[in-house]
Design a protein around this ligand. Structure first.
Ligand SMILES: Nc1ncnc2c1ncn2[C@@H]1O[C@H](COP(=O)(O)OP(=O)(O)OP(=O)(O)O)[C@@H](O)[C@H]1O
Ligand SMILES: [Mg+2]
Length: 305
């Protein structure tokens, strides 16, 4: 599979602040690659360099065969961007927003009209065609951003937190649409703070923190390697930790105390649970391990900022 984006020791500084601190990664054609990380991790800064709207401070970044600092017209033509901020023209209708954008891409009017009709259907916004932007809900605005990003039939889509602030229905609709595009061979670069979103969509992810990459891998493998299969959360006073950990030592689980909870990361959560019943422990919860556990383990369960 060929490489679409290749970064080596990539750096971005804003004055004295290093927002991206020497990261390296490769994004393959037709995969979904996710940048995960808390607020301020450097996700938006990284993807803005990839789609060539923010200059690189140091290192190398090759996108579609050319250094990212070059005014890469071919790249702009083949890229659709769903920005983190909702930047739509409030004075215009849904349709007018799209037609103006189509004009930027030099799409002939007749073709643009046809494409807009298809896209409004795709994002289920046909009924809002003539509504002003102010009359749309956040979910509708985000769906409109998806439609706008697709006007030029992109081969690469950069989606920067595309479902922030959406209800589950709207979120699932966007996930479905992004998966549909991926199945058509589109390369997807996604940033998100939602671990479920990354698990749903991404083939590979990197976890970023303070401008650096902490971890890279396939979501399900990262969960298996870093956490195990199950997580058991035990709510007991801290003073009892030592005793419980000793009683459960035969299960070779990793454990961690955070606030009021003692976490066990296990391969055999069921066995551990049976043992807890024997020990007459009640305040516990067993659940499958998720990417969120990996994320919290690596970035810390406390507040990061
Ligand atoms: N234009 C800018 N000028 C100065 N500092 C900036 C600029 N853009 C981003 N930063 C800083 O760079 C760091 C990384 O910001 P960035 O927006 O890339 O984070 P992020 O991972 O996208 O966070 P979020 O999840 O909140 O969107 C932050 O400390 C931010 O304040
Ligand atoms: Mg961001």
């Amino acid at each position: 599979m060929s490489i679409l984006v290749s970064a080596r020791n990539l750096v971005k500084k804003f004055g004295s602040l290093t927002a991206v601190d020497g990261i390296s990664f490769e994004i393959r054609e037709a995969e979904c690659f996710g940048f995960l990380g808390p607020n301020g991790a450097g996700k938006t800064t990284t993807v803005r360099m990839i789609h060539c709207v923010s200059p690189v401070t140091g290192g190398t970044l090759i996108v579609n065969g050319l250094p990212a600092h070059i005014n890469n017209r071919a790249l702009k033509k083949m890229t659709g961007v769903i920005p983190q901020e909702i930047a739509l023209d409030n004075d215009l209708t849904v349709y007018e927003n799209l037609i103006v954008f189509a004009h930027f891409f030099d799409i002939p009017k007749r073709e643009a009209k046809k494409r807009i009709a298809e896209l409004l259907k795709f994002v289920e916004l046909e009924a809002k065609r003539n509504s002003k932007i102010d009359a749309l809900s956040t979910g509708m605005k985000r769906r409109l951003l998806v439609a706008r990003a697709l006007l030029n039939n992109p081969k690469l889509i950069v989606a920067d937190e595309p479902t922030t602030g959406l209800d589950p229905q709207a979120r699932h609709l966007i996930w479905q649409r992004l998966r549909q595009l991926k199945s058509q061979g589109v390369t997807l670069i996604l940033t998100t703070q939602y671990m479920e979103e990354a698990q749903q969509l991404c083939d590979r992810i990197v976890i970023m923190h303070q401008g650096q990459i902490f971890k890279e891998g396939v979501p399900s493998k990262l969960v298996e390697e870093e956490i195990g299969r199950e997580v058991v959360e035990v709510r007991v006073p801290k003073e009892e930790d030592e005793k419980i950990i000793q009683q459960l030592s035969s299960f070779s689980c990793g454990h961690e105390r955070v606030g009021d909870t003692l976490y066990f990361y296990c391969r055999d959560g069921q066995g551990l649970m049976r043992r807890m019943i024997e020990l007459d422990l009640h305040n516990y919860l067993t659940r499958p391990a998720t990417l969120e556990d990996v994320f919290l383990k690596l970035t810390g369960r406390g507040l990061i900022e």
